[in-house]
Write a protein that binds this ligand. Structure first.
Ligand code: FMN
Length: 454
């Protein structure tokens, strides 16, 4: 049977295009309205998508005057969405650089319980200097150091999630037994960055633990993904690049003893859909025309850690730091540079091309053409599915769900009903919840001094 696609809706404000909030197809007042995000998640659920996903950055974006900002903290927002949806997976971004594993493990465990096993964590290391400055860090933290901390952070969080054995919770009021102490374990973790005793003050969750997602494509990012990620978001612009990334990541995962189906790889795509290709291109142009160059140059400067504001828009990019010298978004800086060089773009043309998805691939065409394209990528071995990034919301997602999903279904490439209740189930992840972890080696709570719980 042909491979089924996995589809995630990447939700950003009133759309991914940086000028979406200024386009008549959106209502910018809805940016601050939780009902907008609930509506978007319900549209995605109506389309039987695997999940919705929210990104997060811990600082105001490059130009607060010129661009709409992400206003809600994702776990908080997804907790509201969880109560208004039934089946769709809920993926939140959270930083390993500016959080603590215990509190983050607890927040995600709460989302797990609130949603009935639909939570996922997009693990990011927070690449920008402005984020550090909000947490007492003045200088950019070295890329390698961020990933070393991330590796330990994820291990501690995972161990906390697994600190309760699946059947530890008894809830037996007659026997006055809330939980079986012998099945709730400490970690006694002492590492380079964290000392965490555990256990987590939240029982094992419905899907065992949240799904781990990763989206960094540098060497260190791919290594982390290969070891721990179950879903990978990535920005690949051509089938050839997609195949190279896909094969590389699956081969790395094999070295960690993981199978090909243990990781779903989802490149991003920003779809402009219309009845004809010409109309779709015209729609894309309408958005491009609304770009504010001063905002776009701020964002471009952020990718390279190099001030490009004030550059002549009709010039080519000046010589820029190499990926090896960039401590921020390594992989995205390489992608943007390659795009500019390969097509000999002026800065004006480059920011036009980046406006829709910050370097992610854009697609302008008919629903049929997009369905063909997506299936083509999967059949070429470049993807297991896609991160759908509507340029405007909710309309861009409605069009995808109403016009592209049915074509994928007719071709037998997408589910016609949910067969699972958990996020891991939607992605077909086989994980041994009952036997995962080596909790048995750790000290049961009953053998420790008692903790006064208030
Ligand atoms: C689809 C997608 C979503 C991302 N979302 C976030 C995000 O919400 N917050 C963030 O700090 N980085 C985000 N990133 C960036 C990566 O997680 C990573 O930090 C960045 O690519 C730099 O990592 P690298 O140097 O390993 O490539 C995202 C990347 C992709 C492809």
């Amino acid at each position: 049977m042909s491979r089924q696609l996995h589809l995630n809706a990447f939700v950003m404000g009133v759309g991914h295009h940086e000028a979406a909030w200024r386009h008549p197809r959106t209502d910018e007042r809805r940016l601050l309205d939780p009902r907008h995000y609930i509506e978007v998640a319900r549209i995605a659920e109506r389309g039987l998508l695997d999940s919705v996903f929210f990104a997060d950055v811990l600082a105001v974006g490059p130009n607060v005057a010129r661009n709409s900002q992400q206003v809600f903290e994702p776990i908080t927002l997804l907790s509201a969405i969880a109560t208004a949806t039934e089946r769709i997976g809920l993926i939140a971004t959270a930083s390993t650089s500016y959080n603590h594993p215990y509190s983050l493990a607890r927040a995600f465990a709460s989302l797990e319980h609130i949603s009935g096993g639909r939570a996922g964590w997009n693990v990011v290391t927070s690449a920008t200097r402005d984020e550090g400055r909000n947490f007492g860090v003045d200088d950019t933290v070295a890329h390698a150091d961020r990933y070393v901390r991330a590796e330990e952070f994820v291990d501690v969080v995972t161990a906390l999630w697994e600190s309760w054995e699946p059947d530890a919770l008894r809830l037996d009021a007659d026997a006055a037994t809330f939980a079986e102490p012998g099945k709730v374990h400490t970690l006694d973790h002492r590492g380079a960055h964290f000392a965490v005793r555990g256990p987590l003050n939240s029982p094992r969750s419905p899907q065992g633990r949240p799904v781990l997602v990763q989206a960094g494509s540098s060497e260190a990012g791919k290594e982390l993904a290969a070891r721990i990620a179950e879903v990978v978001f990535t920005a690949q612009r051509s089938v050839a690049d997609g195949v190279a990334f896909y094969d590389d990541l699956k081969a790395r995962a094999r070295r960690y003893g993981r199978g090909r189906d243990d990781i779903a790889i989802l490149p991003g795509v920003v779809p402009y859909l219309a009845d004809t290709e010409a109309q779709a291109r015209e729609l894309e142009r309408e958005f491009t025309d609304l770009i504010s160059p001063d905002y776009a140059l701020g964002q471009l400067s952020g990718f390279f850690g190099f001030d490009l504001t004030g550059i002549d828009l009709d010039d080519r990019l000046p010589p820029l730091p190499a990926e090896t010298d960039i401590e921020g978004h390594k992989s995205r800086s390489s992608l943007v540079r390659a795009l500019a060089l390969s097509e000999d773009l002026t800065v004006r043309q480059l920011i036009g091309r980046l406006g829709g998805g910050r370097g992610h691939r854009t697609f302008a065409g008919t629903p049929e053409q997009l369905a063909d394209d997506l299936i083509g990528w999967v059949d070429a071995g470049a993807a297991d599915g896609f991160n759908i990034m509507p340029p405007y919301l909710p309309g861009g997602l409605t069009d995808f769900v109403d016009r592209v999903v049915p074509i994928l279904q007719d071709r037998g490439r997408f589910r016609t009903e949910y067969s699972a209740t958990t996020l891991a189930g939607h992605y077909g992840l086989v994980r041994g919840t009952a036997d995962s972890g080596s909790a048995g080696d750790r000290a049961p709570v009953g053998e420790r001094e008692s903790v006064l719980v208030e």
